[in-house]
Design a protein around this ligand. Structure first.
Ligand code: URA
Length: 264
């Protein structure tokens, strides 16, 4: 096989993966050509050949992008479709089963912000569904007295880094637009960063999580509390007491009572 064949095969594989991923995200039609970044941000968007869905038609894309949409779920669905079609990080786009956008209440006051999908999330298309997800559920339910459906959960990266390696700075930068737009639409009052990658990306700092935790930070009007990543807690159960302190700090800021705990 010569080099031309190899690159054609690669392109075919990327196109097939992309179409399958779009199909899973509910995309049934494609425009004849992709809108450019300039067109997408233009104040007077040009009509595209694709027929927008009924819900999307009700409000302009600009309104949904900036979070001014009355319908946050519709705004998120627009971003989700762009995420599903994203090929900014070639390695991730080629290796992912699907993108993992976010889950929960689009009107949530509290967002949990994680790092990147793992193998379970890549398979199921939902953040925090594996062992780390069970730990996060415990934090939400036992630690806060809330339900997973009361909050919104998202990650810095929307694709699984192969072998669960850390996201590269370039990958995080590529995905930044997406998590910023998610947070702009949801407009939470509180954000809980889970681990170093989430905290450092959201707060745009290199400070270690151990120094960031225990304080209230700010991101575009939202109060931000930093704690250890649930995977870290699985490996280091003795650090759970610090996360418990962080959750109490968060509950205090939210004006919520500390639930009775029977399992400590
Ligand atoms: N770890 C994360 O940071 N996010 C997930 O979705 C799962 C595990």
């Amino acid at each position: 096989m010569d080099e031309t064949d190899t690159s054609i095969d690669r392109i075919k594989r990327i196109v097939v993966q992309r179409l399958e991923s779009l199909g899973r995200a509910g995309v049934t039609q494609l425009p004849r050509r992709a809108a450019t970044a300039i067109e997408a941000s233009s104040p007077q968007p040009k009509p595209t050949t694709a027929e927008p869905t009924r819900a999307v038609k009700q409000e302009s894309t600009d309104d949904m992008k900036t979070g001014r949409s009355k319908d946050k779920a519709t705004g998120l669905a627009v971003v989700q479709k762009e995420v599903a079609a994203c090929t900014r990080c070639e390695e991730l786009a080629c290796s992912r089963t699907q993108t993992v956008f976010g889950v929960g209440d689009p009107k949530a006051k509290l967002c949990f912000f994680g790092e990147a999908p793992g193998a379970d999330e890549d398979r199921l298309g939902e953040p925090f569904v594996g062992r780390a997800g069970k730990m996060l559920n415990d934090i939400i339910q036992k630690g806060m007295g809330l339900e997973r459906s009361d909050v919104y959960i998202l990650n810095v990266l929307k694709c699984r880094p192969p072998g669960n390696r850390n996201p590269s700075p370039e990958e995080s930068a590529n995905c930044r637009e997406f998590f910023e737009r998610q947070l702009e639409i949801i407009n939470p009052k509180f954000i809980c960063c889970l681990g170093t990658v989430a905290a450092q990306n959201l707060l745009e700092t290199n400070i270690a999580v151990g120094k960031l935790r225990g304080k209230v930070h700010e991101y575009r009007g939202a109060k931000v509390v930093v704690t250890y990543h649930p995977s870290y807690l699985l490996r280091n159960p003795s650090a759970k007491k610090f996360t418990w302190d962080d959750i109490q700090l968060l509950l205090g800021e939210m004006g919520l009572p500390v639930p009775e705990r029977t399992d400590r």
